[in-house]
Design a protein around this ligand. Structure first.
Ligand code: F6P
Length: 360
């Protein structure tokens, strides 16, 4: 039977969204099905519908194009999170309107590409009886149920490149260079890039830090004749017994906007060591641009598998990277609790073994 499937992208954008859209639309076309894109997140499913047909011709170049051609939203009626583990139940009438919207569009299934917030909504839709499949997206790599989310590898590549560049200028000027990267509750980007780029100090949300430890590491390096130091800090990292550093006031139904910890750390290190310290905030550079090779392959596999799940009627599941293969898990197992860095896990032990300080 021919099917019509909708594709929606939600939450913050990241490299690879268009690659998944392409993979879903191509795999659907191969089966003789039709795929349509929903504009502006879930809102596009409601009247007046905002949709885009995804004909073969329109998929040109999507493999490596950053962002999302469908637009995305992380605020408004469909926002599902206000903080870590603080989910929001959507009103029943909004779910009913969504279901009617899908019926009016003649959709047999919805592929929801998103992180914890968007997939929490997808789970509520599934419970309401809407046929939905999830695809795990986020540069933060903090979704349970999958070893990797797409977008993460691209963000790590960007942060590693930044560290490589900062190293040469830090070394030339005998400075401490601090790089602030994203990672609200989970420090995967800082940890992976920190190891890949050889950072001397790696500060994560999962490991509260103390300035004494950071400065001790800098002095040790001075004693060894290394007059520069690279520090990578996740935006959600905190000095022991202090709160997140935020960069804007809290908006209703939204998580606080983080940012600024790099500047705080920079000022304190400068004060304590007397060395010249500079701060660099990577910001949205790590969310833009083309996906890496790894992400392109992951996105292609995720998209193709999402269509297989629709074909076999396995709704309410999220495609997942399980190491040896691409499989799936119930969306409910992936959302509502984040996959954070284990303080005694393999990569942290590797970082310490190679001489990096975690600031603890
Ligand atoms: O969830 C991904 C993420 O990149 C977080 O690491 C970061 O806190 C947030 O998005 C930033 O979102 P926005 O671009 O909406 O400020």
């Amino acid at each position: 039977m021919s099917k019509k499937i909708g594709i929606v992208t939600g939450g913050g954008d990241c490299p690879g969204l268009n690659t998944v859209i392409r993979a879903v639309a191509k795999s659907a076309a191969k089966r003789g099905w039709e795929a349509i894109g929903i504009y502006g997140g879930y809102e596009g499913l409601l009247e007046p519908h905002r949709i885009k047909t995804l004909h073969y011709k329109e998929l040109d170049g999507l493999l490596f194009r950053g962002g999302t051609i469908l637009g995305t939203a992380n605020r408004g009626r469909f926002s599902a999170k206000t903080g870590h583990g603080e989910g929001r139940r959507l009103p029943k009438d909004l779910l009913a309107d969504t279901q009617h919207g899908m019926e009016a569009l003649g959709l047999h299934a919805l592929v929801s590409i998103g992180g914890d917030g968007s997939l929490s909504i997808a789970q509520q839709m599934h419970e309401f009886g809407i046929p939905v499949i999830g695809v795990p997206k986020t540069i933060d790599n903090d979704l349970e149920g999958t070893l990797f989310t797409f977008g993460f590898d691209s963000a790590v590549a960007c942060a590693t490149d930044a560290l490589d560049r900062l190293r040469t200028t830090a070394e030339s000027h005998n400075r401490v260079l601090v790089l602030e990267v994203m990672g609200r509750y989970a420090g995967w980007i800082a940890l992976y890039a920190g190891v890949a780029g050889g950072a001397d100090v790696i500060l994560l949300p999962e490991v509260p830090f103390q300035y004494d430890s950071i400065c001790k590491k800098i002095r040790e390096r001075e004693d060894q004749g290394k007059h520069f130091t690279l520090v990578i800090v996740a935006e959600g990292a905190r000095e022991k017994d202090t709160e997140f550093v935020t960069s804007a006031g809290q908006e209703k139904n939204r998580e606080a906007r983080l940012g600024g910890i790099g500047a705080v750390v920079t000022a304190e290190i400068e004060k304590r060591t007397g060395k010249e310290v500079r701060n660099c905030v990577l910001g949205h550079l790590q969310r833009g641009g083309s996906p890496t090779t790894f992400d392109r392959v992951l996105c292609s596999m995720f998209g193709a598998h999402a269509v297989e799940l629709i074909a076999s009627g396995e709704f309410g599941r999220m495609v997942a990277f399980q190491g040896a293969s691409i499989g799936s898990v119930p969306i409910s197992e992936a959302v509502g609790r984040l996959k954070t860095v284990l303080p005694d896990g393999n990569l942290i032990r590797t970082a310490r073994a190679l001489g990096a300080s975690l600031g603890d």
